[in-house]
Design a protein around this ligand. Structure first.
Ligand code: SF4
Length: 191
């Protein structure tokens, strides 16, 4: 991101407007809608996934399809109100056939994510899946999974992407317990 970035003149609404009009990378050619992040603008907890899927592309909202239902279920089990968190993706437009976003697409889009992180300023950032992990943290997804990692003054927690949990149903319990653990951590920070 531009080192002259001035946060005082920026806002989540501004980021969202820019995302909706963005044509910085080829993914703009395939989308029905760009999908900005949504949620509480000063959330203590931010979730970052990989990219919008088909339902998200149609509805222009993040995590509202089958993966969203897995996330919603885990949030409910943890006693976390979805409206109290901020949910976004590494890239804001759906890659064709739900393929992984390419490096140049991530490089084009990540300034939006960095602005969202700075503006929301969450206590904990939960990275959902390897793409989100690799975009934000150096090191191995496997080593960081279900762990807290402190980088640049921020606390990151890495877990599986809910879509991966759908295909590996035995991970569902682990995913839910990860989210419950985050809730406990946030509660402990508030004490
Ligand atoms: S994926 Fe990001 S950089 Fe690419 S067109 Fe969409 S909003 Fe712009």
């Amino acid at each position: 991101m531009d080192s002259l970035y001035d946060m005082s003149s920026d806002s989540i609404n501004k980021v969202a407007d820019e995302v909706r009009a963005c044509k910085r990378c080829r993914l703009s050619e395939y989308r029905s809608n760009a999908v900005p992040g949504e949620g509480a603008n000063s959330a203590k907890l931010m979730f970052i996934g990989e990219a919008p899927g088909r339902t998200e592309d149609t509805l222009a909202r993040p995590f509202v399809g089958s993966a969203g239902r897995v996330l919603d279920h885990a949030l409910a089990r943890a006693g976390i109100d979805r409206a109290s968190v901020y949910i976004t993706n590494v890239v804001k437009c759906r890659p064709p056939m739900n393929r992984r976003p390419r490096k140049d697409e991530i490089d084009s889009c990540i300034p939006y994510l960095m602005r969202e992180i700075m503006l929301v300023n969450p206590r904990i950032i939960c990275l959902l899946g390897k793409s989100a992990h690799d975009a934000l943290l150096k090191g191995s997804f496997r080593e960081h999974r279900s762990r807290y990692v402190k980088r640049n003054g921020r606390i990151f927690f890495t877990t599986y992407h809910p879509a991966y949990v759908i295909y590996n149903n035995k991970l569902r319990g682990m995913f839910v317990s990860d989210i419950i653990g985050i809730k406990k951590m946030i509660d402990a920070m508030n004490e």
